[in-house]
Design a protein around this ligand. Sequence first.
Ligand code: NAD
Length: 304
Amino acid sequence: MAGCLEGKVVAVTGAGRGIGRDIALLAAKEGAKVVVNDLGVSTDGANPDATPANEVVNEIKAAGGQAASNGDSVADPAAAEKIVQCALDNFGRIDGIVNNAGILRDVIFHKMSHADWKAVIDVHLHGAFNVSKAAAMHFKNQGSGSYVHFTSTSGLIGNIGQANYAAAKMGIVGLSKIIALDMARFNVRSNCISPWAWSRMTASIPTETEAQKARVEKFKQMSTAHIAPPVVYLLSDLAKDVNAQIIGVRKNELFLFNHNRPLRSVQRSEGWNAQTLHEHAFPALKASFAKLETSPEVISWDPI
Ligand code: NAD
């Protein structure tokens, strides 16, 4: 039986390692021709190296698949166009984009530099825009296409020391939603994955306290290979009715995340002042306030 991506060409960014590598391998196994993009940088974005992307391409070819290597940075609009051009030059079309590339510059907010902020926003949010934009006109003209972007519970729920990363990952949720709204008329879909997986990125979680050590032991049970099947599904035509969704993937669990909607409203026909806000509005809203929680506090059970 033909694989679910037979005949399709997909580009996976950050596919030289971690989650992206497993997506590229599974996409190729399911019949896709794959552009393996990776700048080959360290977790904080330094020291580019073509080796990781080339190795994944060799692995795909050794298994009988088709793949091309690309070492451009998603953070640069002109370079991002070359990622899509690589698909067109090698395989003649583009059907799917996986915006997976990422870096981390974790630091508590009052110590976060402008450079830490900008580097993370550039790779995640601007990177996802740049590669999506490069494919958009091709998707429109052919009347089909699928985007899969990577968000995180760091933004969806919360995490300490990740203001840059959380802001970028919530920006990606907005980007995906509006691409979905704007391009549904051309049969183009856009969804987000929020993964949990043991990779070098999660290997940077501190292990100073007993609670942190326990959290890392849990992370080690969640492999990057668990993330690939839902991504490949979303790229395929089997998912033709799935658009604008946020899917969490954690070992063998899948989550559907909600989208923000008003929880509660209060109204006074004469308008509000400090006293009525204090005595009426905020006491009424307080019953529905979000708690100040982090992702591991909310998703507290062991991976299944
Ligand atoms: P990883 O560090 O193993 O892989 C990321 C890859 O992106 C690296 O190979 C790196 O070289 C590449 N990259 C970085 N900057 C790039 C650029 N400018 N252009 C092209 N490639 C670039 O990390 P991972 O854990 O596999 O993460 C993959 C994605 O999943 C990221 O978007 C990350 O934010 C997201 N995510 C991961 C987890 C997790 O638990 N691992 C949780 C939430 C979100």
